[in-house]
Write a protein that binds this ligand. Structure first.
Ligand code: SF4
Ligand code: SF4
Ligand code: FES
Length: 230
């Protein structure tokens, strides 16, 4: 076991635990999107889980480090908060701000992080940058993907690869037009290998992946509510 200090609190966790996991397991919340427990090599791409560690030059992603005995960690310094807010602004500059209509409303990880950082989901500090992507991509027979909601955290790609399947989800395109691809999922061959396990749907932190049937039901409900409001 290894003992470290986080924000003045001593915690003891098994060797080789990721620092982010150690904090989360001990009730110390650090914003995070691209990490999942069990990852051998977290991508550390969202840059939200930054912390400062005494003796190290600047903030580091806590998902990318394993705990070391005697580590002294600070999760809420001015520098950490400044960088987390910047990372968050970049993530939400494409956000349509339509939370009330979204299937993930009230269980969305972006809403949780916004609350934690005291940030709005539609930011005035950065120009709103809508993506030039379709509202929905329906390549998969039973899953619908909403690319404008996707924060490209990669959780779905990771869990799909864990299913021990030949086929797995992947990223497609580049830069601003990057999306998750179910390429081939309706064709013979690759697509047939999708297990329809829904692991990708369940893990998506922002409701960008949903079952088509669930989404249809949700849209009907929203339409009925709008009609009732007049
Ligand atoms: S349903 Fe399962 S196998 Fe199919 S794309 Fe999603 S995670 Fe992969
Ligand atoms: S679809 Fe969801 S889980 Fe997959 S990358 Fe986008 S936000 Fe992450
Ligand atoms: S959770 Fe650590 S960088 Fe995304």
């Amino acid at each position: 076991m290894v003992t470290i200090t986080v924000d003045g609190l001593e915690i003891t966790v098994p060797r080789r635990t990721r620092l982010l996991q150690a904090c989360l397991d001990n009730g110390i919340y650090i914003p995070n999107l691209c990490y999942l427990e069990g990852m051998d090599q977290p991508p550390a791409s969202c840059r939200l889980c930054l912390v400062e560690i005494e003796g190290r030059p600047g903030p580091v992603p806590s998902c990318s480090l394993e705990v070391e005995a005697g580590m002294v960690v600070h999760t809420n310094t001015d520098e950490v908060q400044k960088l987390q807010k910047m990372a968050f602004r970049l993530l939400v500059c494409t956000n349509e701000g339509q939370c009330r209509m979204c299937m993930a409303n009230k269980r969305c990880e972006l809403q949780r992080i916004a609350k934690f950082l005291h940030m709005p989901l539609r930011t005035k500090r950065l120009r709103h940058l809508p993506k030039d992507l379709p509202e929905v991509i329906e390549d998969h027979p039973c899953i619908v993907y909403e690319p404008n909601k996707c924060v490209l955290c990669g959780r779905c790609v990771y869990v799909c690869a864990q299913q021990g399947n030949d086929f797995s989800l992947s990223f497609a395109n580049r830069g601003f037009n990057t999306v998750i691809s179910f390429f081939g999922s309706q064709n013979e061959g690759q697509g047939d290998a999708c297990l329809d396990c829904q692991a990708c749907v369940d893990i998506c932190p922002v409701g960008a992946l949903n079952l088509k049937d669930d989404r249809r039901r949700h849209l009907r409900k929203m339409a009925a509510k709008a009609k009732a409001r007049g």
